[in-house]
Design a protein around this ligand. Structure first.
Ligand SMILES: [Zn+2]
Length: 472
């Protein structure tokens, strides 16, 4: 398993920065050309590999127009072809869904899935039509990246202990040296992303090298509920990642305040422009409405929240060999209502990171992650199964007459879902509701009826099974 690491440049001089930006811009043209030629049905449908594309370009001289070194454009072609392939796979997911809706016949489904997988949809009118519908021609929007092959970069540490990464520039044998903020040498294929006047060096390492991967997992089976106040609550009632709520609230407040200030500045700039004071308008736009600081602050905040979530998952895996969790890959909004100030996009982001952390940490530390259908797990009582009422962080169950801590109740329900004989991962929402409803009805008929006459109560007590079987 691979994980991505990012190193940042520190105090990169403007000349180098401009040279790298120019290289990235030219390579962006290479990407655009690749998308233009091979990013549609006709292109990849003909089954070209990135190597074949390179050979064609070398033969017809396409590469000469870009003004970059051979290795740089070749790596870029490879990267862009991989992007196109990913785009194509995305379309196929939707086409597969359409196939499932079209036919119930297993043989027919299999025939179409196989044709799709082998990129041979063109012969089948239905598949061809669906592919045309779902595979929109993509366009390149990447103009700030340079991909550097593993053998084309090296790093040196200077006398003061600073690490310098040397990467190829626009001229042969003239490397550009980038001072980095880390002492860990980036390895393998590098992706340099130029953002906000600095260079981000993205690279992948094998997760087994990470220290946290060596930590053994626990031995128990634990259910977890994902939240926004705490990252996770487990079925023992233990919260993990308790700072998440505070971090989310402060980030949400910060965004709101910042957007308010920026809107005000923008209106001042616009008014100045209307008055004819273009100098002032320009000054505000460049000095006060830039994106460098904004993006860096956002990145810093996101990193803090990621750490909180990952730490929470590690704590759970310390105890667990098996973690039962809601299937977080599902696209619908989720079971949790958001706080008043919580930004919807922030919530979606948090959910994505939690899903990633659960997958990633489980895989690295050898615990099993079992996704379950979490429908109604926050609305039913874990003890009697009845639907209850949730208010804030409390859950009231009327039949039990008990108030549970809502997240703990949900986590225990999630734990039980793993062994549920009737509710599978993809059982539809309304079916789950029906199953739960039936269970509580059945359960209730087994209980003595309080307001009935003594004779009936006695008969029920003597034949406890009759009333339940007759209801089934
Ligand atoms: Zn109950």
């Amino acid at each position: 398993m691979k994980v991505t690491r990012i190193a940042y440049s520190v105090r990169l001089n403007p000349g180098k920065c401009a040279a790298l930006a120019e290289q990235a811009r030219r390579l962006g043209r290479v990407r655009s050309e690749v998308w233009q030629r091979y990013g549609s049905i006709a292109g990849v449908g003909s089954g070209l590999t990135d190597r074949q594309v390179r050979d064609r370009w070398l033969a017809d001289g396409t590469h000469l127009q870009f003004g970059v070194l051979a290795n740089a454009w070749k790596e870029t072609v490879r990267d862009a072809m991989a992007d196109i392939a990913a785009n194509l796979e995305g379309a196929k997911v939707q086409v597969r869904r359409a196939v499932t809706q079209r036919t119930d016949d297993p043989a027919e489904r299999k025939r179409m899935f196989t044709a799709l997988k082998a990129d041979q949809w063109a012969g089948d009118p239905f598949l061809a039509r669906q592919m045309r519908k779902h595979w929109k021609r993509g366009r390149n929007h990447t103009l700030n990246q340079i991909v550097v092959r593993a053998d084309k970069h090296h790093a040196i540490t200077d006398a003061r202990g600073r690490l310098w990464l040397a990467v190829p520039g626009l001229e042969r044998r003239k490397m550009v040296r980038i001072p980095l903020s880390t002492t860990a040498v980036p390895t393998g294929t590098l992706r340099l992303i130029l953002r906000g006047g600095r260079v981000e060096v993205h690279y992948q390492i094998d997760a087994s090298q990470m220290r946290s991967s060596q930590r053994p997992c626990g031995q128990r089976t634990i259910g977890v509920d994902k939240g926004y106040t705490e990252a996770l609550t487990d079925s023992d009632g233990q919260p993990h990642g308790v700072r998440l709520g505070m971090l989310l609230a402060s980030e949400s407040d910060r965004l709101k305040e910042r957007n308010r200030r920026r809107a005000k500045l923008r209106s001042i700039a616009n008014n100045a422009a209307l008055r004819g004071d273009h100098a002032k308008a320009h000054r505000i736009k460049t000095n006060n409405l830039g994106t460098v600081k904004r993006d860096r602050q956002a990145a810093r905040h996101r990193a803090k929240m990621r750490t909180e979530i990952f730490t929470a998952v590690h704590r759970v895996v310390d105890e667990a060999a098996t973690v039962i969790a809601e299937d977080l890959t599902k696209r619908f909004a989720g079971r949790k209502t958001l706080g008043k100030n919580m930004n919807r996009r922030l919530a979606a982001w948090t959910k994505g990171v939690t899903a990633e952390a659960l997958r990633n940490v489980s895989e690295r530390r050898g615990s099993a992650l079992v996704p379950v259908n979490a429908a109604y797990t926050s609305q039913t009582c874990h003890r009697c199964g009845a639907f209850g009422r949730r208010s804030g962080d409390r859950f009231h169950c009327t039949p039990c007459g008990v108030v549970w801590q809502a997240d703990v109740n949900a986590a225990i329900n999630i734990l039980h879902r793993a062994g549920d004989p009737d509710i599978a991962l993809h059982t539809p929402h309304h079916t789950v509701k029906q199953i739960l409803q039936d269970r509580t009805d059945r359960h209730r008929t087994r209980l003595p009826v309080q307001d009935s006459s003594p004779a009936i109560a006695e008969r029920r007590a003597n034949h406890p099974n009759r009333s339940t079987t007759s209801n089934q």
